[in-house]
Design a protein around this ligand. Structure first.
Ligand code: FAD
Length: 427
C-alpha cells in the first residue's frame, strides 16, 4: 500500500508563534538542527525535521506540539514561517484535493503516529551534545508543578514589592533582586520554575514585545514566607553576546521598576528542573551569573526546612561562577550560610592579577567529592546560566566520572537523564 509520504502529503511540524515564549529550549534540544529562529519567531525546517520528538517534552508552553497536513511540495518554508503572527488554519479537503491529495491519503497522514525516528541516545556519537544529557523528567520526589496558568493571551498582573541591586557592581554589570506580589491571584511556583514577563510597548516592527523568561529565585512559600510573592534575579543587559552596546528590553524594564508598579506576567513554566524532596537527597548546583536564581530558591527552601527541624536534607554543593566577585549576585548573603549546611565554591574569571577560573575548574578540583554523588541515585545535579557554560560543565562532569573509572557513556550519563537527576537550563 502507498504510504502518505509517497502519496505526496506530510504532517508538517510547526511552532505556534502566539504561545511560544522564545526560550530556545527546542532549538537547543533538536538533535538534527531542524529548528532555527530570528528575533521574532522559532520555526521548523520541514525537510530536516525527522519527527524524533526530542523537542516536544522540554517545551515549557506546548507551542512546539503543532502539526498541519500539507502536500509535501507545498510545505511551509522557514522564510514564510518567520513572518507568521499565528499558525495558518488546516487546509480544507478541497484545497488538498486541488493539490492532488486524495481524502484517503490526507486522513491516513493525519492519523499517522509522528514518532518516526528514535531520538539519539545520550550515549550518541561525537560531536558531544551536552543538551542530550539533560533530563526531561523531574526527580521522583519532586512536588507537582503547576504550569501555564497564564499565557500570552491572558497574562496576569503582579505588583512590584521590592527592587534592589544585589551585586556590588555598577550600572553596566548589575543584577537586580526583584520581588513581585500577586495579591489574591493564585500563582503557585516551585523552586526551579520560571515565569514570563511581558514588557510594555512594541518592537521595531510595531508588534507587542514577546515575553522574556526569568527563573524564580524564591522558595515555594514566597520570598517572604506566607506571602503570595516571588523574587527574580535579573541581569541588566547592556551589551549583546558579542560585547556590542545594546539595551535589553525586558531586563532594563525590570531593573528600572519602582515599588508599586504593575507588571504583566505569564506562566509558571517548567516541570522538570525541580528539586527532590526526599530526606537525605543531595543537590549539586552549578551556575554562573543569574543562573544562581533557581539555586537561591532551592537553597532557601532547604534552609527554611532545616530551621523548622522537620527535614533532614543531604548535601548541598554550590559551584558558582562570575567574572568578578563584585558581579556575583548575593555574594554577601551567601557568605553567611552555615558551612555545615552548604559547601560553596566560587570561580572568578576576571579578577585582576589572578588566573582565570571557571566553574568547570572547580568541578575538577572537587572530583573526589563529586564521584560518589555521580553514582548515587539520591544525588541531583542542576546547571543554570549562560548557554556558553553548558558544554564545558558537562564535559567536566564526564571527565570526573571517567577519571574514577565510571562509565559515563553507558551508565552514569544515561542514568542521570533517565532518573531525572541532571537538569540543564542555559540561555
Ligand atoms: C528558561 C530561561 C530562564 C531565564 N532566567 C533568567 C534569569 O533568571 N535572569 C536573567 O537575567 N535572565 C534570564 N533569562 C534570560 C532572559 O529571558 C532574557 O533573555 C534576558 O533578560 C535578555 O532580555 P532583554 O529583553 O533584556 O534583551 P533583548 O532585548 O531580548 O536582547 C538584547 C540583546 O542582548 C542579547 N542578550 C539577550 N540575553 C542576554 C544575556 N543574558 N546576556 C547578554 N546578552 C543578552 C540579545 O541576543 C540581543 O542581542 C532566562 C531565559 C530563559 C530561556
Amino acid at each position: 500500500m502507498e504510504t502518505a509520504s509517497e502519496a505526496g502529503v506530510i504532517k508538517q511540524h510547526l511552532i505556534d508563534p502566539e504561545i511560544c515564549i522564545r526560550c530556545n529550549t527546542c532549538e537547543a534540544t533538536c538533535p538534527v538542527g531542524a529548528i532555527t529562529h530570528d528575533d521574532r519567531n522559532y520555526v521548523v525546517r520541514a525537510d530536516v525535521c525527522n519527527y524524533c520528538m526530542a523537542c516536544i517534552a522540554p517545551c515549557p508552553t506546548g507551542s512546539i506540539d503543532n502539526w498541519r497536513t500539507v502536500p509535501k511540495v507545498r510545505a511551509y518554508d522557514i522564510a514564510e514561517q518567520l513572518t507568521w503572527d499565528e499558525l495558518p488554519p488546516e487546509l480544507t479537503p478541497e484545497q488538498l484535493a486541488a493539490e492532488g491529495v486524495t481524502p484517503e491519503a490526507a486522513a491516513s497522514v493525519a492519523a499517522e503516529p509522528v514518532l518516526a525516528v528514535k531520538p539519539e541516545s545520550a550515549a550518541g556519537e561525537a560531536p558531544f551534545n551536552s543538551a542530550a544529557f539533560g533530563a526531561s523528567v523531574p526527580p521522583w520526589s519532586a512536588a507537582h508543578a503547576y504550569t501555564n496558568l497564564f499565557g500570552p493571551k491572558n497574562p496576569t498582573t503582579a505588583t512590584v514589592a521590592g527592587n534592589v541591586n544585589c551585586t556590588e557592581a555598577g550600572f553596566h554589570n548589575q543584577t537586580h533582586h526583584i520581588v513581585l506580589d500577586f495579591g489574591a491571584i493564585p500563582f503557585p511556583v516551585l523552586e526551579g520554575q520560571s515565569i514570563g514577563i511581558v514588557p510594555p510597548g512594541v518592537d521595531a516592527n510595531g508588534r507587542p514585545h514577546v515575553a522574556r523568561q526569568y527563573s524564580v529565585a524564591s522558595p515555594r512559600n514566597g520570598e517572604r514566607p506566607g506571602y503570595n510573592n516571588v523574587s527574580l534575579t535579573v541581569k541588566r543587559v547592556t551589551e549583546d553576546h558579542h560585547g556590542r552596546p545594546t539595551r535589553g528590553v525586558a531586563s532594563n524594564y525590570l531593573c528600572d521598576l519602582k515599588v508599586g508598579d504593575a507588571v504583566q506576567v505569564i506562566g509558571p513554566f517548567g516541570q522538570s528542573f525541580l528539586m527532590p524532596n526526599h530526606p537525605k537527597s543531595h543537590i549539586v548546583m552549578i551556575c554562573t551569573g543569574t543562573g544562581s536564581a533557581p539555586m537561591r530558591a532551592m537553597t532557601e527552601w532547604r534552609r527554611r526546612l532545616r530551621k523548622s527541624g522537620k527535614f533532614e536534607g543531604g548535601k548541598l554543593m554550590l559551584f558558582f561562577g562570575a567574572r568578578t566577585r563584585e558581579e556575583l549576585p548575593y555574594f554577601g548573603p551567601l557568605q553567611s550560610l552555615p558551612k555545615d549546611f552548604i559547601d560553596i565554591n566560587f570561580a572568578f574569571s576576571r579578577t585582576p592579577g589572578q588566573p582565570k577560573k571557571y566553574v568547570q575548574d572547580l568541578l575538577h578540583e572537587r572530583a573526589v567529592d563529586l564521584v560518589p554523588l555521580l553514582s548515587d541515585p539520591n544525588s541531583h545535579f542542576y546547571v543554570c546560566g549562560l548557554k556558553a557554560m553548558e558544554e564545558g560543565v558537562l564535559l567536566a562532569l564526564r571527565d570526573v566520572a571517567v577519571g574514577a573509572d565510571l562509565d559515563w557513556d553507558a551508565a552514569i550519563g544515561p542514568a542521570l537523564k533517565r532518573e531525572g537527576r541532571l537538569h540543564l537550563e542555559t540561555y
